[in-house]
Write a protein that binds this ligand. Structure first.
Ligand code: NAP
Length: 493
C-alpha cells in the first residue's frame, strides 16, 4: 500500500525515523494508506527550507502579484480537474457523505480563486499629514509575514487546508504545513498539485506526523514568524504558550458550543430543518454546530416532535453511498461521543432518539453513531456545557427573550449562534446581544469565502476568509514622505 511522504524543499522525502502510521477508513475500520511518521528533525528541515525560500532565494516572495494570481488560478483549475478524486479521498478518510465532500471541494477551489482575485485588488491607504515638520504623505504597503506554520484538524480536511493555504500563499509567504494525522490524504494530493504547477522550491512544505511532535516544533520554532491553527481550544492554548518564545503572530480558530434560539413566532418547519443542519451536518463534527437548542415553551412540544421524527428517519451508512449521515472520524472520537451520551443520561437529560452506536449491515465495523436528541436539558449539564463534536443535540426550553440570551451567553466559547423568529427587530436585538463571531438569522451554518470567520472568547483569535483572512498573513508597513526636501530649521545652530 502507498506510503505518503513529506514534501520538503521541493522533494518528496521519507521521515528520518523510517516509521509509518496507518490512515483508517472510519466506515470500515480498514487501513486506507500509510503516512511517514515525522518528528522534530524532519520538521526543522521543513522550517529551514521555508526560511531559505523566504529570506534567501525569495522567488515566491518576489513574484509579482499578477503572476502569483495566475499560479493560484492554475492550482484551482487542477483541483477542479481532480474534483471527484479529492471528494472521494475526503469521504474515505473522514467518513462524510460524498455530496458533502463535493461541496467542500467546490468551496476549497473557490477559496483559491477568491484569493487569486484579491492579490491584484488595491491594498494600502494614503494619508495627508503634518506633525509640525511640514506637509507629508504617509502611506501603507503590505508585505508577507515570512515563514508561516499552519496546523489543521480533521473535520473538513481539504477545506480547512484551503482556508489557510490560499490566503497565506497569495500574500507571498513560505509555508510549513501540518495536516491532521487522522485525515491527511486530500491535503497531500493538494501538495502534489503545488508541485505540478511549479511552486518555487521550499515555498510550500508539508510534514506528516503527530501534533505533539511536528505541531509543537512548528509552534515553538523561533524561525517561524507566524503560526495559524484550527483545532481544539486546549491545543490552541498550548500553541499560544509555544509561540511566546519569539512572539510570533498567531491565528487561532478553536472550538465552540454554539446556541440556537428558536422563538414561538418562527416558521417551525424551517427552524427544524436548519436545526438538523446545525446539529447533524458532517456528523455534528462542526466547530460552529448549534447543538444547544433553546426552544420557547409555546412551540417546544411541536418543535421537538418534528425534530425527533426527522432525526430518526435519517439514513446511516458508508459516505460513498451518500447517506444522510456517515461514521464519525475515528474509534476514539466515537468512544468520546458515546461517553457524552452516557453522561447526558446520568445527569437526567431526556433521551428522545438515538443514543447509541449503529452497527446494522454495512456499518458493522465502522464508527457510526445514531442521530441523538436530548430534551429538557439544563445549563448545568455536561452535554450543554462542553463541545461534543458528534451527532448529538441538547434541547433546553425557555420562557422569555432575556432568559434565552442569558443562557446562550453562559459559555466560555463564542464562535457562532442562530436565531429563529419572524420578528425582525427581535432577531437583530438578540443577534447583537450574543457574544459570538458568526450569527445566523433564520438559517444555520452557511459559510462564504467572502465573509470573515472566527470566534470571540475561547473560540479563537483573528479571522479567516474574506479580506480579513489575507490581511492576517500580511505585515503593514507605514511609509512617510516629506513633501519639502529642504532643511526644516528645528535645530537653529
Ligand atoms: P485537535 O486535537 O486540537 O488537533 C488539531 C491539530 O492540532 C491536529 O493537526 C493535531 O495533530 C494538532 N496538534 C495536536 N496536539 C498539538 C500540539 N501540542 N501542538 C501543535 N499541534 C497539535 O483538534 P481536532 O480533534 O483535530 O479537531 C476538532 C477541533 O477543532 C474541535 O474543537 C473544533 O471545534 C475545532 N475546529 C475549529 C474550527 C474553527 O474554525 N473555529 C474549524 C474546525 C474545527 P494530530 O492530528 O497529529 O493529533
Amino acid at each position: 500500500m502507498d506510503l505518503k511522504l513529506n514534501y520538503i524543499g521541493g522533494k518528496w522525502v521519507e521521515a528520518e525515523s523510517g516509521e509509518k502510521r496507518e490512515v483508517i477508513n472510519p466506515a470500515t475500520g480498514e487501513v486506507l494508506a500509510y503516512t511517514t511518521e515525522s518528528g522534530e528533525s524532519d520538521t526543522l528541515k521543513a522550517i529551514s527550507a521555508a526560511k531559505k525560500s523566504f529570506y534567501e532565494t525569495r522567488e515566491w516572495r518576489d513574484t509579482d502579484g499578477q503572476t502569483r494570481a495566475d499560479v493560484m488560478l492554475k492550482i484551482a483549475d487542477l483541483m477542479d480537474r481532480s474534483r471527484e478524486e479529492l471528494a472521494r479521498l475526503d469521504t474515505l478518510d473522514n467518513g462524510k457523505p460524498l455530496r458533502e465532500s463535493e461541496g467542500d471541494i467546490d468551496d476549497a477551489i473557490h477559496c483559491f480563486r477568491y484569493y487569486a482575485g484579491l492579490i491584484t485588488a488595491p491594498s494600502g491607504h494614503t494619508y495627508e499629514v503634518n506633525a509640525g515638520f511640514g506637509p507629508m504623505h504617509s502611506y501603507t504597503i503590505s508585505e508577507p509575514v515570512g515563514v508561516v506554520g499552519q496546523i489543521t484538524p480533521w473535520n473538513y480536511p481539504l477545506l480547512m487546508s484551503a482556508w489557510k493555504l490560499a490566503p497565506a500563499i497569495a500574500a507571498g509567504n513560505s509555508i510549513v504545513f501540518k495536516p491532521s494525522s487522522n485525515c491527511p490524504l486530500s491535503t497531500i494530493r493538494l501538495f502534489e498539485i503545488f508541485d505540478e504547477v511549479g511552486m518555487p522550491e521550499g515555498s510550500v512544505n508539508i510534514v506528516l506526523g503527530s501534533g505533539g511532535s511536528v505541531g509543537h516544533t512548528i509552534a515553538a520554532s523561533k524561525d517561524v514568524d507566524m503560526v495559524t491553527f484550527t483545532g481544539s481550544t486546549k491545543v490552541g492554548q498550548s500553541i499560544m504558550a509555544d509561540a511566546v518564545g519569539n512572539l510570533k503572530k498567531i491565528g487561532l480558530e478553536l472550538g465552540g458550543k454554539s446556541p440556537n434560539i428558536v422563538f414561538d413566532d418562527c416558521d417551525i418547519d424551517g427552524a427544524v430543518e436548519w436545526a438538523m443542519i446545525g446539529t447533524f451536518f458532517n456528523q455534528g463534527q462542526v466547530c460552529s454546530a448549534c447543538a444547544r437548542i433553546y426552544v420557547q415553551e409555546g412551540i417546544h412540544k411541536e418543535f421537538v416532535e418534528k425534530l425527533v421524527k426527522k432525526a430518526s428517519a435519517m439514513t446511516i451508512g458508508n459516505g460513498l453511498n451518500n447517506p444522510d449521515i456517515g461514521p464519525v472520524v475515528s474509534e476514539s472520537q466515537m468512544k468520546k461521543v458515546l461517553g457524552y451520551i452516557e453522561k447526558g443520561k446520568e445527569e437526567g437529560a431526556e433521551l428522545l432518539c438515538g443514543g447509541k452506536r449503529y452497527t446494522e449491515g454495512e456499518c458493522e465495523k465502522g464508527f457510526f453513531i445514531m442521530p441523538t436528541v436530548f430534551d429538557n436539558c439544563s445549563q448545568d449539564m455536561t452535554i450543554v456545557k462542553e463541545e461534543i463534536f458528534g451527532p448529538v443535540c441538547a434541547v433546553v426550553p425557555f420562557k422569555t427573550e432575556e432568559e434565552a440570551v442569558k443562557m446562550a451567553n453562559d459559555t466560555e466559547y463564542g464562535l457562532a449562534g442562530a436565531v429563529f423568529t419572524k420578528d425582525g427587530a427581535k432577531a437583530l436585538r438578540v443577534m447583537k446581544e450574543i457574544r459570538a463571531g458568526i450569527m445566523w438569522i433564520n438559517c444555520c451554518q452557511p459559510t462564504f469565502n467572502q465573509a470573515p470567520w472566527g470566534g470571540y472568547k475561547m473560540s479563537g483569535i483573528g479571522r479567516e476568509l474574506s479580506v480579513n483572512g489575507i490581511e492576517e498573513y500580511r505585515e503593514i508597513k507605514q511609509v512617510n514622505i516629506a513633501l519639502d526636501t529642504g532643511a526644516i530649521g528645528w535645530y537653529e545652530n
